[in-house]
Design a protein around this ligand. Structure first.
Ligand SMILES: Cc1cc2nc3c(=O)[nH]c(=O)nc-3n(C[C@H](O)[C@H](O)[C@H](O)COP(=O)(O)O)c2cc1C
Length: 212
């Protein structure tokens, strides 16, 4: 559930208590109100309040995008667990990485081969599930839009995939990208040289003009 309908009606703890009395075995609460839609200012107090009142597990949700934001939710609310939505579509290993952090293990690092495996497994599954290639292409582009956000130079891959008109073209672009990423991982500094748009410097790097 969301924390309430709007800022004046943030009644999630009451609703959660009713759920518990009616036999729910756990509740998940998103810090946004319904009126916040995808905006609003982060306020996790109602998750903390519900946790303090209820005996059943309370799960915190909303904008958990990395290990730090997951730990922050635990820290600030005392919740028993977290739900991760968009963050896990972007980085499917985030769930394991959060578990690593909670268990005090080193955080799992994912290499190009593993990223490639997951991307193509997902693509292959979509092809099998959709009868028409047009349906599969739409979903592949949606997933790739999220997934490419955590890939090195993913900003350059994304428009290539978005422009692809066939499943074959999509696979070709993805394969060409991962070949470069493999070379990049092996230490080839020039692996992405001809790949990035010359007029737009890669994120975090200064262009010659900005640097002077
Ligand atoms: C793939 C995906 C599809 C979603 N579709 C909807 C939707 O149709 N309607 C909606 O109100 N929220 C939708 N959501 C948002 C979720 O209900 C939820 O509010 C959100 O994922 C909160 O967790 P997050 O901040 O970790 O993403 C979607 C989320 C994801 C990841």
């Amino acid at each position: 559930m969301r924390s309430g309908f709007d800022a004046a009606h943030r009644n999630a703890p009451d609703i959660a208590a009713i759920c518990e009395a009616e036999g729910a075995s756990a509740v998940a609460i998103h810090w946004r109100t319904r009126e916040d839609k995808y905006g609003g200012e982060r306020a996790v107090d109602k998750i903390a309040e519900a946790k303090a009142r209820l005996k059943i597990p309370v799960l915190g949700n909303g904008d958990i995008v990395d290990v730090e934001s997951a730990l922050r939710m635990f820290r600030e609310t005392g919740c028993d667990g977290v739900l991760i939505g968009r963050g896990a579509v972007r980085n499917p290993w985030l769930l394991r990485q959060v578990s690593d952090a909670l268990a005090g293990r080193p955080i799992t690092v994912v290499n190009a081969a593993e990223q490639r495996r997951v991307m193509f497994t997902y693509f292959d599954d979509l092809i099998r599930r959709f009868n028409r290639p047009a349906g599969a292409i739409g979903r592949m582009k949606m997933f790739a839009g999220y997934f490419s956000k955590q890939l090195p130079h993913g900003d350059a891959l994304r428009p290539r995939l978005q422009r692809a008109e066939t499943v074959e073209a999509l696979y070709e672009h993805a394969l060409a990208y991962f070949e470069r990423l493999d070379r990049h991982e092996a230490g080839d500094e020039a692996a992405f040289e001809a790949y990035l748009p010359p007029e737009r410097p890669a994120r975090g790097e200064l262009s010659a003009e900005q640097a002077v």
